[in-house]
Design a protein around this ligand. Sequence first.
Ligand code: NI
Length: 164
Amino acid sequence: MALRKIVTGEDPVLRKTSRTVENFDEKLGVLLDDMAETMYKAEGVGLAAVQVGILKRVVTIDVGDGLIELVNPVITESSGTQEDSEGCLSFPNEFGIVERPNQVTVKAFDRSGKPVEYHGTGLLARAFCHEIDHLDGVVFKDKVKEMLEPEPPKKRLFVRPKRK
Ligand code: NI
């Protein structure tokens, strides 16, 4: 595994649409391993491949309940609403209030090409929406209702809880 560099700020790659993964090969596995390592090192709860400069529809998420790997994810159902603070590893020290669905269902594939389905509520639903937006070149600041003052890292919602 290797750490990858997270692209930040106004890097134009963040605005591009990621391509559907067609080959569930060793290279995909390496990308997923590297993304997880990079996400944990940065203490983020989610990372999209575009954030490490790879335009593939690949996402890693861990809101504290274990690693979720998504390839070609699609939100198939969503309901309810939630409003909370949100940030992004590509926009360090920027946080804002974003409205998201409170429950979502995601269909995707795992690294071997097997179909998987997840149901997320609260923070996990938020993470699914945020990361899947990245695959279409959408960042949270496009949807923010109100930007917040930067907070000390431990108070940030979108920073992964410390392991015990
Ligand atoms: Ni993000």
